[in-house]
Ligand binder design. Sequence first.
Ligand SMILES: Nc1nc2c(ncn2[C@@H]2O[C@H](COP(=O)(O)OP(=O)(O)OP(=O)(O)O)[C@@H](O)[C@H]2O)c(=O)[nH]1
Ligand SMILES: [Mg+2]
Length: 333
Amino acid sequence: MAALAEATDAREVARAIRAGDRRVMARAITKLENTREADYAQGQAVLESLIADSGNAIRVGITGPPGVGKSTFIETLGLHLVEQGKRVAVLAVDPSSPVTGGSILGDKTRMERLSVRPEAFIRPSPSGGSLGGVAHRTREVMLLCEAAGYDIVLIETVGIGQSEVAVASMVDFFLVLLLPAGGDELQGIKKGVIELADALVVNKADGAMETTAQHTRADYAGALELIRATHDEWRPRALAASALEDEGIVEVWNAVLEHHELIRSSGGFEERRRQQARAWMWKLIDEGVARAFREGAGMREAISREEVAVAEQKTTPAAAARTLLEAFGSRKR
Ligand SMILES: Nc1nc2c(ncn2[C@@H]2O[C@H](COP(=O)(O)OP(=O)(O)OP(=O)(O)O)[C@@H](O)[C@H]2O)c(=O)[nH]1
Ligand SMILES: [Mg+2]
């Protein structure tokens, strides 16, 4: 085992990951998170050896405003799942991490009960920018986890900024947690996020807040009726739960399973996965092209020149863009 752990050959590493060696897996993930090109490339090579074994997990994204109870919810749900004999991977996309060095899965909630279970793998967000961006990293780590045999991947992200859109585009089921009372504006949740949801869960439906939570649930159920087109095969649900007291969590999971059965039998599942993989490829291409454009030989100077010209109204943005695109197209490689 030690020899395998030391192996640098991507296929050896891939074999160890498939066989369930968590230390080798953790090291491969660290490579994918690394900003050094050589390490990242090694991580990618491992991923390429494993890609055929990925894709077998149920992927669930969980978002919501800060403090709504995402981590608590994931821990309670995760414990149910491992009790059922499932292997569960928990990942995080933390939009704040490159700036603050903080982490969603940081100090407050370490998922102490779940993290001691051998069936669970918990990976916090990297505390710096990774080469492909934090969301790319999570997507790649998800594929590694699937190849390692995890049955369910839960991805936490805070519902502010762009990360929830990135997460929604990499999962099968997108769950939005909300607080009792307060419309989406008050909760800091954008309407667009509600539109991405396959289920809304009003969390903290316990103690003094229980009745309020039920009212909030009914309000959101009404709002969902208005948002969704009736031809969608899945009608998003509004549910209430208490992650802390483990109330309603099983019902949420049943909705995930029901959705899974439905899209599996209709072919929607395969289509969604294919479409997500294609969109991901194009995102990487777009980013690669944009990077090449900005960093190409002579481009930097040309870009500053045109930026100044545009700022001083000596040329139009369209003309400047055309000049730069022509310069990029005809540059020496
Ligand atoms: N009463 C009650 N409190 C809860 C519930 N779920 C979580 N909490 C509490 O709410 C606080 C925040 O919970 P977290 O699980 O850390 O919330 P989070 O959404 O992951 O927070 P961030 O990652 O910081 O955005 C903690 O003090 C939890 O104990 C619940 O169902 N009921
Ligand atoms: Mg959290």
